[in-house]
Design a protein around this ligand. Structure first.
Ligand SMILES: Cc1cc2nc3c(=O)[nH]c(=O)nc-3n(C[C@H](O)[C@H](O)[C@H](O)COP(=O)(O)OP(=O)(O)OC[C@H]3O[C@@H](n4cnc5c(N)ncnc54)[C@H](O)[C@@H]3O)c2cc1C
Length: 400
């Protein structure tokens, strides 16, 4: 029996697992540093308090249990991968050997070294821990305001550095949260200010002009203060310096200005791009290692014209499926095929029941777009949850 090892149980890793799971002639091991898959695309709902944290995760152990005996989960972090020896080192120094490997370890927030002080004075939101920390921080602040009338009048400022998809969603959702909080509690006090800083001339750089227009208008409507075409030059505790000399005082700073591959991925001896992502062949195989694949945010995924595809859950899922299908091809004695990964559309949460949707030439905004986004999210997670319930019950029966 051939051993397939999937490192990382996020969007890409789970998509690969689901694709290979029906095969009974292989063993599949899923390895993740966390026992859950964090649904990053719903991180904004967690922070805004519209979803409890257990509704933003999928239990990886139960998920693997739901499949056959040949599929198992190991809760452990990978410290290094030696592609030449086909060996993965886990954090307790154990080694796991494989016949086929899929690297799907995602990415981390890129705290740019060029911005002095950024690393020490701001937070990222890529992990459940980060999102949870931020949620607790804000709720504590609001509670303190509720209890202490004097404090309620104190000005409170949040800086969101980076106005891509993540920055826009978080800024809109938090501003909506605060607006709702003040309205519901009829508190007479200064509003909390959210500053969204974009190094580009607009928010959502590279997206369709209509999407940029709708998003800008709605952010302004919510009361988010936009600073476009300005880079952050330096960050000090409670102060963000912009390149035009402006200084923004803040109580909390979140940075969403970019991603990079994890340190573990960057340590693998292969070719990387400037974000540390693994350069893969069109088949998603790692050059020189036909049995090893990299998918999702851990890899540089290109379209058929060689243009880089945005790092999204959608690209991670499609690349995960493709890598798994290519392993199947090889197992069946066929040649692996080149990937043709396309982003079909995008749904952007803009606070409360408002979203912006772009699918091909269809551009939509408002409540309908919000419900379509929710439907897409639910269609992704509900089947996984049903599987987890099945896996959990199966494990309970075995344990007696
Ligand atoms: C707030 C936010 C909103 C977003 N909104 C959208 C959206 O609306 N639409 C969209 O398409 N995309 C969105 N994205 C981007 C999307 O979430 C990512 O592109 C996607 O998660 C990438 O999937 P992945 O499988 O490559 O990695 P991930 O989903 O990050 O999974 C990686 C997994 O690898 C594990 N791992 C990492 N290192 C190790 C290690 N050394 N050992 C073992 N395990 C390891 C991690 O624990 C994790 O479970 C958003 C991202 C954020 C942060």
């Amino acid at each position: 029996m051939k051993d397939v090892l999937i490192v990382g149980g996020g969007y890409g890793g789970i998509a690969a697992l689901k694709t290979l799971a029906p095969r009974k002639d292989i063993t599949i091991t899923l390895l993740d540093q966390n026992p859950y898959h964090f649904l990053q695309t719903e991180g904004y709902s967690l922070i805004a308090g519209t979803l409890p944290f257990d509704k933003t995760i999928v239990n990886l152990n139960s998920l693997c249990q739901s499949y056959g005996e040949n599929i198992s989960f190991i809760h452990n972090g990978v410290s290094h991968i030696d592609l030449d020896s086909k060996c993965v080192y886990i954090e307790q120094k154990e080694q796991i050997f494989y016949d086929y490997l899929i690297i799907a370890t995602g990415s981390v927030t890129r705290m740019m070294d060029s911005i002095e002080g950024l690393q020490n004075c701001s937070y990222g939101i890529k992990s459940l821990r980060g999102a949870f920390h931020m949620k607790q921080f804000f709720e504590k602040e609001l509670f303190t305001r509720l209890e202490n009338h004097k404090h309620a009048k104190a000005h409170y400022s949040i800086v969101v550095g980076g106005a891509g998809l993540t920055g826009v969603e978080i800024a809109a959702e938090m501003q909506h949260y605060f607006n709702r909080y003040y309205k519901n509690n009829t508190l007479a006090c200064d509003k909390i200010t959210i500053h969204l800083i974009s190094g580009s001339d607009t928010v959502l750089k590279g997206m369709h002009p209509d999407i940029i227009k709708y998003a800008t208008k709605h952010l302004e409507h919510l009361g988010v203060i936009l600073h476009c075409g300005l880079h952050i030059s330096k960050v000090e505790p409670h102060k963000a310096y912009l390149e035009n000399g402006e200084v923004i005082d803040f109580d909390f700073m979140l940075f969403t200005g970019g991603i990079s591959a994890t340190a573990m991925v960057r340590s693998i001896e292969v070719e990387h791009n400037k974000l540390g992502q693994i350069i893969v062949n069109p088949t998603l195989q790692i050059p020189g290692h036909t049995e090893a694949f990299a998918v999702g945010d851990a890899a540089e995924i290109l379209d058929t014209k060689g243009k880089r595809i945005a790092d999204t859950a959608q690209a991670a899922i499609k690349s995960g499926i493709h890598a798994a299908s290519n392993i199947e091809h090889i197992l069946n004695g066929k040649e692996p095929v080149a990937a043709d990964i396309r982003i079909v559309g995008l749904a952007i949460a803009m606070g409360g029941n408002y979203a912006i949707l772009s699918i091909g030439s269809i551009k939509m905004r408002g409540k309908v777009a919000h419900y379509v986004k929710k439907l897409i999210e639910n269609l992704y997670k509900w089947p996984l949850w049903i599987r987890c319930r099945f896996g959990f019950n199966k494990a309970c029966e075995i344990e007696g």
